[in-house]
Design a protein around this ligand. Sequence first.
Ligand code: GLN
Length: 255
Amino acid sequence: MPDSPEAGDGTLNVCALYPDLMNIYADRGNLLVLERRCAWRGIGFEVSASSLGEPLDADAHDLYYLGGGQDRDQRLCAEDLLATKRDALHAAAARGALVLGVCGGYQLLGHSYSLDGEQIEGVGLLDVHTVREPGPRLIGNVAIEISLEGAGEGLGDGVLAGFENHGGRTYLGDGQPPLGRVLSGYGNDGSSGLEGAVRRGVIGTYLHGPLLPKNVWFADWLIARALGLPADALRALEDDLERQAHASALQAAGL
Ligand code: GLN
């Protein structure tokens, strides 16, 4: 039996939340990247889904993924999250599981998303709230610099590149660290220079397009963190194409 994780010692268990509804901008691509990078290293990968009305197991998964969605689908999912999944998600986060929310999913990890006089309640795992204010949608290529030493997340420094398309502006509560600083693009609200939010293993970001194919170093960080391994424990892969994808996303963002 091999004793190194990259040789088949662990299985990454992922739960896709509402993959049928919260999946705009190819969120499935994020899960495929996780699956392939595990497979190439001999790490097992299991993905299951939990959608409307379905229960959520707080103990069965290492990573819970919530992708982007239209306002209409977000509303449906928000109601269901509160009714059937909020407690389990809080319990999963409390035991150290990763929860990754992208765009609409990020908004729903916060306290609320207000639009057209209505307030959609989120699960409150991140101390953020989102408001659909008058003004254009925030659309375009984006790059952010992650520097989380102060937040104690052990994520280190790196640049994430992606694409954003959101009407909502997201505001961080006092003491809520962002995921990163905007190098190019709009980020949380188009003016603060901040992007995303992170609290222990709960991560929210507006970057999609999708996120992980353009930033495989971050995918590897997620895999390692989800398996409880140091970030450098995973075997390096031949990432020529992936590096090109990252460089091209950075270039598209003007860097
Ligand atoms: N509906 C949300 C907004 O427009 C999120 C959009 C998305 O997930 N791309 O702000």
